[in-house]
Design a protein around this ligand. Structure first.
Ligand code: NAP
Ligand code: G4F
Length: 342
């Protein structure tokens, strides 16, 4: 049997690195698209790329950019992959309000560049996974969100991802391309980027313990359905192993606030605290010495917020036999233990 050959865009990101590990463990040849930067940013995949049995034998890295038509087309033409996982994106919601045009170019048109290459090169056997997101639901009155729930995106990021969602559907229906959207709810891990709230909380508490520095957060009331990235990349892979492309939700079905995440982390670290609120914000005070462990500041609020997300992954469970192994507590435990051991 021929080896499966995958392109992963965003291989240096949280999900890209877990997915590369998974595909290599399944004997794939993996080609990763990376961006040039003045400092090398391959930390998350160095353990794979520095392995002599893997480097340039089963794992290849190529420079390119989602905003550059030719680099996308040339790579797909060169590799003629059997699977493409489009994970590359400007993935930070708050930053998308600051760089909306770039976000649209990378996150919306980037997807179109991939689909156009697959169509023009007539790659009939190539399956495409698109990293879609629960941010599409945006400001939504539903108690739980499934594939049938209406979308109401509120950030430039979510609107760009909405374009990608529909262009994937359009190319699937118009040209018969196997392309599907994984509508993934938040997923975290010890490899999560430092400016997303879960990792920021754990790094911030580490700083507080080591140097007494106060952690500053934004909206603590926002609720998210938080899973572990390792579970979610398995779901991505399963979506491309199906006979028919289907857009599917991956979620845990549980929703917790940012405050819940912070409190659980404090308890896990055995930090006793009290809280107070005044017109300046909310404060978490160390019971042993009165120092401010954490406080809120409006500078971390977004122009528009997604207040609540909870996903219904029953369709994925039925279609893929997919079920997350990590719950909220296990996720926090792993994130803290990795951070405090290393
Ligand atoms: P991430 O850690 O921010 O990784 C994003 C990746 O995209 C990085 O490898 C980044 O490269 C690359 N990238 C950004 N702009 C690019 C460009 N113009 N050209 C080429 N590469 C570019 O994100 P993640 O958490 O792994 O998420 C993966 C995908 O799933 C993203 O599309 C995200 O929007 C989506 N998603 C994530 C979640 C979640 O909770 N994690 C949920 C739903 C959907 P650098 O390393 O050079 O920055
Ligand atoms: O960790 P976050 O920045 O993730 P957000 O905005 O939910 O987006 C993540 O999940 C999406 C899936 O739903 C992905 F599509 C997207 O790519 C990304 O991976 O913020 C989570 C919540 C927000 O409500 C935010 O307002 O935490 C709140 N928050 C409170 N203080 C903060 C902070 N967020 C950040 N980043 N930093 C804070 O200090």
């Amino acid at each position: 049997m021929h080896k499966k050959v995958a392109i992963i865009t965003g291989i240096t990101g949280q999900d890209g690195s877990y997915l590369a590990e998974l595909l290599l463990s399944k004997n794939y040849i993996v080609h990763g698209l990376i961006r040039r930067s003045s400092l090398i940013k391959t930390d998350r995949i160095d353990h794979l790329f520095n392995d002599r049995k893997i480097r340039n034998k089963r794992l290849f890295l190529h420079y390119g950019d989602m905003t550059d038509d030719l680099s996308i087309y040339s790579l797909i033409n060169l590799i003629k992959p059997t699977e493409i996982y489009n994970l590359a994106a400007q993935s930070h919601v708050k930053v998308s309000f600051e760089i909306p045009l770039y976000t649209a170019n990378a996150d919306a048109l980037g997807t179109l560049r991939i689909l156009e290459a697959v169509r023009n090169l007539n790659l009939k056997k190539c399956k495409v996974y698109q990293a879609s997101t629960s941010e599409l639901y945006g400001n939504n009155s539903s108690k739980i969100m499934s594939e049938k729930t209406y979308f109401n995106p509120v950030s430039p990021y979510a609107v760009a991802k909405l374009y990608s969602y529909y262009i994937v559907k359009s190319y699937r229906e118009a040209y018969g391309i196997f392309a599907c959207n994984g509508i993934l709810f938040n997923h975290e891990s010890p490899k999560r980027g430092e400016t997303f709230v879960t990792r920021k909380i754990i790094l911030g508490l580490k700083d507080y313990i080591n140097s007494g520095k106060t952690l500053i957060l934004g909206n603590l009331d926002a609720k998210r359905d938080w899973g572990h990235a390792k579970d979610y990349v398995e779901g991505m892979w399963l979506m491309l192993q199906q006979k028919k492309p289907k857009d599917l939700v991956l979620a845990t079905g549980k929703s917790y606030s940012v405050r819940d995440f912070l409190i659980k982390s404090l308890k896990y670290l055995n930090i006793r605290f009290s809280t107070k609120k005044n017109k300046l914000g909310e404060f978490f005070l160390d019971s042993s010495n009165g120092q401010i462990i954490c406080k809120t500041d409006k500078k971390y609020h977004r122009p528009l917020e997604v207040p609540y997300l909870k996903g219904d992954a029953r369709k994925a469970r039925k279609t893929l036999n997919w079920k997350p192994k990590y719950n909220f507590d296990a996720l926090i435990k792993e994130m803290i233990e990795e951070e405090f051991v290393n």
